[in-house]
Design a protein around this ligand. Structure first.
Ligand code: TXA
Ligand code: MG
Length: 350
């Protein structure tokens, strides 16, 4: 009975061929936890309509229950069917969907009164996060599953997001029923979260679709401060925006022009020889290509973290990165990785 697997079961590995995708879809329909790759990062999927399954997602991740999940759909029609579209920004939502779905954009919309999405998904909020992800395997999977699939990033809460099936297994082996190996993720950073539930669009999390691209369709967009202080509540609107997140175990130092002898160095672009002072240096993109840097960020952080600890280094220095376009999302994730960590006893904020 794979759907009742607990921490003592082995996690099934599935290939992204016809049989693997069908098996993954069947498991999802039965209420199992199945991780799969999207164009952004790997998600830890489960039936969004099953309160019990969704509770298992939170448990497997060690995620605090107040942090809501994104529901994934095979089509914009299916996504909008769960939302109350009698809202001021309904037309903007449809145009964004037309332009960017399938793709790395999540929309926050008011929840439809008759939505079948389980309460645990939205953590008691009146709004719903919906997205139609891109990728041959994930698109087939969602079509075959035929139901909304809730999927946070498939990492332990507060840790670096996974961009390969290996990363998923490193943290969740035995805690989830299966992983569909869809290869490395094409974008490498999570989806952009755009809140359309009010009278003006609000950027809650920078991600794979850039602010500039969104502005072409939306016009001016309010950029939410960290931790969703925009709504004045103590619980953030996008808790992924809380300070410490995407955290490797070594401290991260941003905008570093040099690494200290006891630091690993994560660089970007053409690096002059004298600045490469560390024995452990990784370049996110020697050509200064921000898309390439995005694809490699999370894997690089994991790799540096492991090698640095082995070599007795005490931190990770990160070179300056571009501010615009995808650079905004890259810097956002790095800033979070650099933020002070909650102590182990405090609830981590993912
Ligand atoms: O690219 C992605 O979005 C990946 C892939 C797997 O789809 N998923 C992902 O999920 O990044 P997660 O759970 O790691 O991040 C979801 C973000 C969180 O910051 C959460 O607070 C926010 O979306 N969110 C979810 N529902 C929300 C809601 N109703 N209102 C505001 N923010 C919401
Ligand atoms: Mg996450």
């Amino acid at each position: 009975m794979p759907h009742t697997a607990s921490s003592h079961h082995r996690t099934e590995r599935l290939d992204q061929d016809h049989d693997g995708i069908r098996r993954a879809a069947r498991l999802l329909r039965q209420g199992a936890l199945v991780a799969f790759g999207t164009e952004t990062v790997y998600g830890l999927g489960g039936l969004a309509t099953s309160q019990r399954t969704v509770e298992r997602i939170f448990k497997a991740k060690g995620r605090p229950s107040f942090n809501p999940l994104i529901s994934h759909f095979a089509s914009a029609d299916a996504a909008f069917a769960e939302a109350d579209m009698a809202i001021p920004l309904h037309d903007m939502a449809r145009r964004l969907a037309q332009r960017f779905w399938p793709g790395p954009l999540t929309l926050i919309l008011p929840r439809h009164a008759k939505s079948r999405i389980a309460q645990a998904v939205t953590a008691g909020l009146e709004t719903l996060a919906v997205r139609v992800p891109k990728g041959r395997a994930v698109e087939d999977l969602l079509r075959l599953a035929g139901a909304p699939i809730a999927a946070p990033s498939a990492n332990r809460s507060g840790r670096v997001s996974p961009s390969t099936a290996r990363h998923v297994l490193d943290e969740l082996e035995g805690r989830i029923d299966a992983v569909l190996d869809t290869g490395p993720c094409a974008v490498g950073l999570e989806s952009t979260v755009l809140d359309l539930s009010g009278s003006h669009p609000i950027l809650r999390r920078p991600g794979g679709v850039t602010l500039e691209e969104l502005q072409e369709i939306c016009g001016p967009i309010i950029v939410a401060d960290h931790a969703g202080a925009a709504d004045g509540t103590s619980h953030p609107n996008a808790p992924g925006q809380l300070s410490s997140h995407y955290a490797p175990s070594l401290p991260v130092r941003l905008d570093a022009t040099h690494a200290q002898p006891d630091e690993a160095f994560l660089t970007f672009g053409d690096t002059q020889a004298e600045t490469v002072s560390s024995s452990l240096t990784l370049n996110l993109s020697p050509d200064g290509n921000v898309e390439e840097a995005a694809r490699r960020l999370f894997a690089s952080l994991r790799q540096l973290d492991q090698s640095a600890s082995r070599q007795g280094l005490v931190g990770i220095a990160v070179a300056p990165l571009p501010d615009a376009g995808l650079g905004r999302a890259l810097k956002d994730r790095l800033k979070r990785a650099a933020a002070p960590r909650p102590t182990d006893s405090a609830a981590p904020p993912t």
